[in-house]
Design a protein around this ligand. Structure first.
Ligand code: ADP
Ligand code: MG
Length: 705
């Protein structure tokens, strides 16, 4: 970070300086190789060993010039974080000296020691090998830390038989699936110019920043990312004075360095602001292809944590670090664009564009309704259980916000009524333009889990702390599926325009039950949604098996995104992940309560009892103090009871073998018992003098830096 960074020339020079992006490639590769690589990146050509060799060499030279000594195949195993194994470029030449080398083969393929990554039974130990394969469509980048500079090569991670062991492989396959079906639809509509359709994502990332010292003094934050005990102070987020408020100095310093680091990585950090909860913030980047966006979001999270600590802060990316204040999510802004530059979810200006837009929007609505449970599952993780289906939005019910105008248009088509333009003239689909759909809809709805926002859909259920790949794999595949169904009909139809109208009308009629423009947080919505038959599964464990349901296996199989075997492995991995997470959280909670909080309370009460005696003998009235002693004493007793109940449940659940039963018991028994213990301990905290409470409090963490 520099004090002298000149905004005019400095930022553009900084931007992408640590990535081997398109501009550097054009500069450093022979023209023919550059062109061929571009086609590889666009999925039009397969990579040849010759091209790989030239690219590897240019990449190495560029990396060495920037001080790199090592390279790594950077990948995203199913743990949701990224993994890397570093190799140095050195190669001995036989006379006791070395040269720096990097071959095409080393660029294309790696073989990390993969046995410790979760495979959910996909990889028997005798064939524990996994391979990483270069993803040319996501630019290589440099990472610097105390160990030096490392060239990171984004890769997919697959098993010996090609099974997807990571998040990227399925994402790339789902993008391909969507492209195939979307191009079929476009062709059937007479489009001859678009050859590929790419899904695009612009994620908005929410997070908290707290004083690093507080963070380090809280074992729960340190080990689980969230507080498992802690009472909300008198002032919570009621005043909503934090939202878009002024940014404090150390946070401003953090943001400046954060932006600069992201810009260096070619990440388009664009907006930053305070969020609703105290000490909560958001960063949004400009959209890119789903694949690049998913990689970059991993880097955003990693950079966030690293830079925060430079400023004495801890970055919290958990979905629910603090009970009682808003949690964090990611808004996954999603659309589809053609290779000749058209956003298919942009209504456009011409009647043809409007018709095409309505068809693609209808495909999304149908897909989201058909596979609501799958989408909800893909957006689940242990932390998100505290948001979805708790008293916070978005709820666990998938519904779509379209806004009144678009809903009215689609309703009119579905019901065979005339469309009315603003001036009251009739509109016929395919002949007139639709009324303008203002991008900045005034009734923009913040409570909907899936909202149309003018030229894209915003999937708002996505968990803050996880990779965005999973939700996008599902989104891409389900939309590919409905587009495929539309294409089947359109390809056969003689009169395309009539068929398009029929498809939109029939599909919307069958699926408009998923459209809800009202307040998604309202309790009445839960009742209404049930009447409409929309699924509302509150606990993630209860919907994980949906990933490998018959319907899901058929869907992912048909589009060659994930095989039955791969889906079953994911079910197992996610159940494991849930069980492990709650196991750790419960373990940490037991320790904190047993070793520190209750002993501290007893210390306090012992002192208090002594004081009462002394005061009593001096004839000072002690009724108030006695009442407090009794009240707190009762809470200590209740806490001990709840603590033993939790320990017993934990003991029993840990012994269960079957992972389905085990994960389920972690939710039903252990998680529930944690809630009961927390109620007592938090009530006790509210009575305890703050210098007795052994950990930084919510008040410290949320209101002090
Ligand atoms: P909003 O005000 O609705 O949040 P913005 O214009 O600020 O809208 O965009 C929010 C996010 O949506 C940004 O990350 C932006 O890049 C992204 N976005 C915009 N257009 C698209 C698109 N076609 N596909 C995917 N994401 C998009
Ligand atoms: Mg948003």
């Amino acid at each position: 970070m520099s004090d002298t960074l000149d905004a005019q020339s400095g930022v553009p020079a900084l931007f992408g300086s640590k990535t081997f992006g398109d501009a550097v490639q054009r500069q450093r590769l022979p023209k023919s190789v550059y062109k061929e690589l571009k086609q590889v990146k666009e999925g039009k050509k397969k990579l040849t060993p010759e091209v790989a060799e030239v690219v590897a060499n240019a990449l190495k030279d560029w990396a060495l010039e920037h001080g790199a000594t090592h390279y790594t195949h950077w990948f995203q195993p199913l743990t949701g974080i990224t993994a890397e194994k570093h190799d140095s470029f050195i190669s001995p030449v036989g006379d006791g000296t070395v040269i720096m080398e990097f071959s095409g083969k080393e660029l294309i393929q790696g073989e990390p020691d993969a046995s410790s990554f979760p495979s959910g039974g996909l990889r028997a130990t005798f064939e524990a090998r996994g391979y990483t394969a270069w993803d040319a469509s996501s630019p290589a980048f440099l990472k610097s830390d105390a160990s030096g500079v490392t060239l990171c090569i984004p890769t997919a991670f697959v098993g010996y038989h090609g099974q997807a062991l990571d998040k990227k492989t399925a994402l790339l396959r789902s993008m391909e699936a969507l492209s195939v079906q979307a191009v079929r639809v476009l062709r059937a509509l007479g489009n001859t110019t678009s050859n590929r359709v790419t899904t695009t994502v612009g994620p908005e990332q929410e997070y908290f920043l707290i004083d690093e010292e507080y963070f380090n003094a809280r074992p729960d934050l340190l080990l689980t990312g969230r507080t498992v005990v802690g009472a909300l102070p008198a002032k919570g987020q009621e005043l909503e004075d934090h939202y878009f408020g002024a940014i404090p100095d150390n946070v401003a310093g953090f943001m400046r360095e954060f932006n600069e680091e992201l810009w260096k990585l070619g990440i388009t950090a664009k907006t930053q602001h305070n969020e609703v909860a105290p000490h909560q913030y958001e960063i949004a980047v400009i959209f890119d292809t789903s694949n690049v966006s998913a990689d970059q979001n991993q880097l955003v999270m990693e950079t966030l944590r690293k830079v925060a600590s430079h400023h004495g802060l801890a970055g919290l990316i958990h979905e629910k670090p603090f009970a009682g204040v808003n949690g964090s999510g990611k808004h996954n802004n999603w659309s589809m664009g053609t290779d000749d530059g058209k956003n298919l979810l942009d209504p456009g200006k011409t009647p043809q564009d409007n018709t095409q837009f309505l068809l693609f929007a209808t495909a999304v609505i149908q897909a989201v309704d058909d596979y609501a449970l799958l989408l909800r599952t893909a957006a689940g993780n242990p932390g998100n259980d505290h948001r979805l289906g708790a008293n916070e939005a978005p709820p666990a019910i998938i519904s779509i916000f379209l806004g009144s105008q678009l809903s009215e248009i689609l309703d009119a088509i579905a019901d065979g009524k005339d469309l009315k333009a603003k001036e009251g003239t009739k509109l016929a689909l395919g002949h007139n333009s639709l009324p303008d759909l203002p991008k900045d809809m005034t009734d923009r709805n913040r409570t909907s889990p899936f909202a149309f926002t003018g030229n894209k859909f915003e999937f708002r259920m996505v968990p803050a702390g996880d990779s965005i790949s999973g939700p996008n794999v599902v989104l891409n595949t389900v939309v590919a599926d409905s587009l495929g169904q539309f294409a089947d009909r359109l390809e056969k139809a003689k009169d395309k325009l009539t068929e398009v109208k029929k498809i939109i009308a029939e599909s919307y009629k069958a699926h408009r039950k998923v459209v809800f423009n009202g307040n998604g947080y309202a309790p009445e919505w839960q009742v209404e949604a049930e009447k409409r038959g929309l699924p509302n599964v509150k606990a993630w464990v209860d919907c994980i098996p949906e990933l490998a349901s018959k319907k899901s296996v058929a869907l992912f199989g048909a589009h060659k995104v994930l095989s039955s075997e791969e889906l079953h492995s994911r079910v197992e991995i996610y159940l494991e992940k849930y069980a492990k997470t709650i196991n750790i959280e419960a373990g940490v909670m037991v320790e904190m309560v047993k070793k520190n909080i209750l002993p501290a309370a007893i210390d306090w009460l012992t002192g208090l009892a002594g004081s009462i005696e002394v005061l009593g003998s001096a004839k000072v009235p002690t009724l108030g103090a006695e009442a407090q002693l009794k009240e707190a004493g009762a809470l200590v007793e209740k806490s001990y009871k709840a603590l033993s109940a939790l320990e017993a449940k934990l003991h029993k659940t840990r012994a269960i073998d079957d992972i389905h039963k085990k994960a389920s018991s972690f939710r039903k028994d252990v998680f529930a018992a944690m809630g009961e213990l927390r109620t007592e301990v938090d009530a006790l905290e509210r009575l305890m003098p703050s210098d007795y409470y052994p950990y930084p409090t919510y008040e410290d963490m949320l209101f002090r830096f």
